[in-house]
Design a protein around this ligand. Structure first.
Ligand code: AHR
Length: 488
């Protein structure tokens, strides 16, 4: 067995790596977050209190909104002003349902306020004009007496909001307009010109990035437009079969599908390395961030649900997928400064599922909960006995370490279906005390239901042995462990 030695502190793990994505899709916003002012479901200003309380536990740093494919059909003016005057629209991408537009810009910023999270608004390039985008930014961020700022005031908001991030189009190579890279690069340059910083406001601009391994897209965007962007995005979804027609089921899967899913999700490492190398060529100082602003598992929808709503259950497999991705993001965090899992509630790999007034936390929620202490901590590099950096120590085992103040947070995943694994670590300092030790461990397809909402939930972990600066963690199969130790 190889001993893993923690060597030096490297880059900061930006808390935004733990970001979320909430699109107007299925029951993600309506019911999942927004129940409106006239609802019996307990809410504050229309936002359900159980969802907000749960999401605060995982310290959501940023929420990307309103899409997704929805963003390039969204006309923001229809979603501001008195509820009775809002302009309903057909959500053509997602089930063809009518979106009443009762959740709009003001409700989004109220959500951020209640979560204490930052804004990442995605603008409409595919079917929107430059002027419409410019007006929206002015509406949100300007503190002067201009038509858009006055309109915001007329709608009840005196002060501008803080808009930290603005995306210029979404999947412009696909649902956002089916563009070729050079065409989008030109449009990006044009549209972003009118995303202004007013007064003290600074809006970081995010260009639409590649679909998975489309490296040409990244190369063209970086060559033609890097100077005009703060970040470039990347989308990569994990499909157990790798096929969009039959993706695989969320709940009923065999051992092969378990390992295939984890194998496919680990492709994220290759994607980040290769897109990162292209970005390094154009931007060696790494000024431009890489934002993985859509990732997660995508299965066949649950039987009997609207196929356009992308509703899927969530098992221990999803928790492992989340943890494996967190480790990859940590390793690449010198370039990767934000990610947004798709999506926050009731859609794809969700944190929360709701059924009318009932709400449950998924295994993925608990994975996020077990990693909160890595947010804004320093990543710690490791080597194995042979001096290989980042070695995992065993085939189905992986770890990540960060340090903040004098506390090391060590997280490990054993995704073997049958076999225990031992992680033997040497930290740079003597361990004075174990601060906390938690584990998520369940059968492969174990999941939470509204009748049994805590079937998969973290428990205290008793498999830690401390020897000086050494730490031995005995991980059962299908487990995620986080141990926090104070050095001294
Ligand atoms: O997250 C669901 C969809 O996946 C988004 O709307 C789109 O950007 C992507 O194809």
């Amino acid at each position: 067995m190889s001993i893993i030695t923690a060597t030096s502190r490297a880059h900061r793990i930006d808390r935004r790596i733990y970001g979320q994505f909430a699109e107007h899709l299925g029951r993600g916003i309506y019911e999942g977050l927004w129940v409106g002012e006239q609802n019996e479901i307990p809410h504050k200003n229309g936002l359900r209190t159980d969802a907000i309380a749960a999401l605060r536990e995982i310290k959501v740093p940023v929420v990307r909104w309103p899409g997704g494919c929805f963003a390039d059909e969204y006309h923001w003016l229809g979603g501001v002003g008195p509820a009775e005057d809002r302009r309903a629209m057909v959500n053509t991408h997602w089930g063809g349902v009518v979106d009443p537009n009762t959740f709009g810009t003001h409700e989004y910023f109220e959500l951020l306020h209640q979560l204490d999270a930052e804004a990442y608004v995605n603008g409409n390039v595919g079917s929107g004009s430059v002027a419409e985008m410019q007006d929206w930014v002015e509406y949100m961020t300007l503190d002067k007496h201009t038509p858009m700022a006055e309109l915001r005031r007329a709608h009840g908001r005196e002060q501008p909001w803080k808009l930290q991030f603005f995306g210029v189009g979404n999947e412009s190579w696909g649902c956002g307009g089916n563009m070729l890279p050079l065409h989008y690069a030109n449009l990006y340059r044009q549209y972003q010109t009118f995303v202004r910083d007013y007064g003290d406001s600074h809006v970081a601009k995010v260009a639409c990035g590649a679909n998975a391994d489309d490296y040409e897209w990244t190369d063209v965007l970086m060559a033609r437009a890097a100077g005009h962007m703060d970040a470039l995005s990347l989308h990569y979804y994990t499909l157990p079969t790798g096929e969009w027609d039959v993706k695989g089921a969320a709940l009923s899967f065999d051992d092969a599908a378990w390992y295939d899913t984890i194998h496919r999700t680990r492709q994220m490492d290759t994607l980040l390395r290769r897109h990162g190398e292209i970005m390094d060529r154009h931007d060696p100082a790494r000024r431009v961030g890489l934002f993985v602003d859509e990732w997660g598992t995508w299965y066949d929808v649950e039987q009997g649900t609207n196929p356009g709503f992308l509703f899927q259950q969530n098992t221990m497999r999803d928790a492992i997928v989340a943890a494996v991705n967190f480790h990859i993001f940590h390793r690449h965090a010198a370039r990767v400064r934000m990610t947004n899992i798709a999506q926050m509630v009731n859609v794809l790999q969700a944190m929360l599922l709701t059924d009318g007034p009932r709400l449950l936390k998924t295994p993925t929620f608990h994975a996020f909960g077990m990693y909160v202490d890595h947010q804004d901590a320093d990543f710690v590099e490791t080597v194995d006995d042979a001096g290989r950096p980042g070695s995992r120590g065993a085939a189905h085992l992986d770890h990540t370490i960060s340090v903040k103040d004098d506390v090391y947070t060590v997280s490990a995943v054993n995704w073997d279906l049958e076999t225990d694994a031992e992680l033997v670590l040497r930290l740079p300092e003597r361990v004075a005390e174990v601060v906390s030790a938690r584990m998520l461990h369940a059968a492969a397809s174990a999941h939470n239901t509204f009748d049994e909402p805590d079937a998969v939930t973290p428990v205290d972990f008793t498999g830690t042995v401390v020897e000086g600066s050494g730490l031995r963690l005995a991980l059962p199969p299908r487990s995620i462990v986080t141990v926090r130790v104070r050095a001294g």
